[in-house]
Structures are given as C-alpha cells and as structure tokens.
Design a protein around this ligand. Structure first.
Ligand SMILES: [Zn+2]
Length: 115
C-alpha cells in the first residue's frame, strides 16, 4: 500500500505561508484497490502507478485526481452501478465517493439521456 503526500500551501496570509502535508491512501481509480506499485514517470514528470489487483487487468494510472469522484472512470462506474440498481448509498460506499457525488452524476446522466 502506498501513501501519497499532498502538499497544500495556504496563501491566505503572505507573512505566514504554511504548508500542510496530507497523508492519503492511494487507490486505483479503476477498481479502488490498494495493491499499487510505482510504474515510472511520464514525460511530464508525473508519477505513474500500476494497479496489481487481479480483477483490474493491471492498468496504469496517474495521480491526476485528488478525489476519486473527479475521475471520469469513477463517474462512469457511478452511472453503471446505479443502472444495475446498486443504490446510491452502496455505489458511494464502494467507489469511495460521497452520496452527493453519485446523485450529481446521475442527474447529469438523466439530463443527457433522451429516453
Ligand atoms: Zn485497479
């Protein structure tokens, strides 16, 4: 299991610029698994990771999204799970997102669909 250090610098006060380090458990954006290994870097210097969960087909991913609900993969899964009658609460729990995120995605999807 890997942890990432997110560095947040608060710029509200110019005299006291504090840096907050947040320890965050690394989740695979595809399956939310935690069996993650480092997998080199991109040309842009971003850390690349690889998921070793068996049901995840060992996909690589970048840490572009600090919150899983912002990932397009997760958004897709939110819709898929909800369509399979998993329920909003179950979907949110499995995907590690808030129920609000699930409902927002479903509303968006309903708006786009013509049926
Ligand atoms: Zn995975």
């Amino acid at each position: 299991m890997y942890y990432t250090l997110n560095r947040l610098s608060t710029q509200s006060s110019p005299t006291r610029s504090s840096v907050i380090m947040i320890l965050q458990v690394l989740h695979c954006p595809h399956c939310q698994g935690t069996d993650i290994v480092r997998h080199g870097q991109t040309r842009q210097g971003k850390q690349r990771y690889r998921c070793r969960e068996q049901h995840c087909a060992s996909r690589t991913f970048l840490l572009d999204y600090s919150y899983p609900g912002q990932s397009p993969e997760v958004k897709q899964r939110i819709v898929e799970m909800a369509m399979n009658a998993s329920g909003i609460r179950d979907t949110a729990r499995v995907l590690h997102v808030s129920t609000n995120t699930v409902m927002t995605e479903l509303k968006k999807r309903n708006r786009h669909s013509s049926t």
